[in-house]
Write a new protein. Sequence first.
Lengths: 133, 133, 133, 133
Amino acid sequence: MAPFAGLRIDARQATPIYDQLVTQVKLAVAGGTVRPGDALPSVRRLAVELRVNPNTVARAWRELEAEGLVETRRGQGTFVADSARRAPKAQRTKAATEAVARTVAEARALGLSRDELDGLVEREWKRTEGGRS
Amino acid sequence: MAPFAGLRIDARQATPIYDQLVTQVKLAVAGGTVRPGDALPSVRRLAVELRVNPNTVARAWRELEAEGLVETRRGQGTFVADSARRAPKAQRTKAATEAVARTVAEARALGLSRDELDGLVEREWKRTEGGRS
Amino acid sequence: MAPFAGLRIDARQATPIYDQLVTQVKLAVAGGTVRPGDALPSVRRLAVELRVNPNTVARAWRELEAEGLVETRRGQGTFVADSARRAPKAQRTKAATEAVARTVAEARALGLSRDELDGLVEREWKRTEGGRS
Amino acid sequence: MAPFAGLRIDARQATPIYDQLVTQVKLAVAGGTVRPGDALPSVRRLAVELRVNPNTVARAWRELEAEGLVETRRGQGTFVADSARRAPKAQRTKAATEAVARTVAEARALGLSRDELDGLVEREWKRTEGGRS
DNA sequence: GTGGTCTAGACCACG
DNA sequence: GTGGTCTAGACCACT
């Protein structure tokens, strides 16, 4: 499966689209799903795929480049930088913990039981199986 | 524990503050944590507590009122509307599923195993035990 | 004279407009012409003044913010960051030396004599006298 | 010293490489440093020397030819056109004035005194003495 | 084909 | 009023 196959956005969310993309690429790099040298989808292709303006994708890639996570090669495309490293385990756990905390809080507020939550996690995990790991 | 005791905001987040408040109130109503007739914190008190512009809190309450979830009684304050009902199970599950999906996607991107994710959920669930439920 | 009164761009130049603005603000900060807390011109006002698209100015301010040189206060405007310091003398001299080298090289290529070059510098210096210093 | 011996580029600069070359050749012609009939370096040789794609050099020579400043003689190379004349004094002064203006602006923004600027010009002029003039 | 810059203009969030 | 996001579409630079 191609790297970055799973990039997706949610227009209803308050987080800006370009920011959603930045976050997902960062996560993929931190988690080792993609590696230095891997190509990001081209601005135009991804824009078509996500039905988004090319400028929006370009802005995301630009921000990532400013942070040194990716580099653009003229006329070729945008690539994960050689210097981009998989984040250490502790850091990844910390990030995941925050995400989990948000979701648990929401589940509780919605009055879900522990079993119901586990069921949802189980189902979602299965549903997303098969990506490059 | 007073209803709405846990309202909290994160100024660093991209989501507008008023939006964070709206979401939390909605969740509490949908989940049955608060019930029709319960009072929302007063605009001024909450503004002070969260160190936020009173306009921002007012804006949140206004949006909620526009949606019919709360009602303002002159001189008394803002209250959960009588018509506000706990959301039906299916709707609550749908909301929770979206939250879970986001978190599972993030965990996967970070390269966590299923067991690691379960462990984090377990820990977070235990940690937040004891609130009004 | 107001800070940043002298911001100007040259559309004929190869350097992108937003970049020209970034550079000028950086120089002004490094040189002490402007100080922490000083307001940058508003995006819209400057865009009108320079006959440029507001997006272009916004992009410049955004890049400066990403570098921590300025900070934006919601609804108020963009300001030189408190942390922005005047560059040390050595660094300023280095920057100026590069600029001088470029110009001397060009003057030589154009066949100017030393006296002619001095005359131009003299004239330009006089012409720009009167700024905040 | 061979004509065009000093052609050099700066890959870090925003200005396209081919443009940097065009500008330098134009300057050399305008200033009389090179004369009609003088040969430009061959595309390949210069590409190797500057570690640049030959297309880039070719592009520069092509632009210059389109402007009538140089002409290509099949199998021989590229030469300064017979019609290329040293620019009139006024025009050269104008070009130099712009360069000086940019540098004076930068020096002012950096908080340099008139004396400091003069010192830098003096030093740079001395340092570059000895080229073909 | 790739990314980069810029414009024009809409709509949102905040004070 | 301030800045922020996004779209649509043009043109440029480079491979």
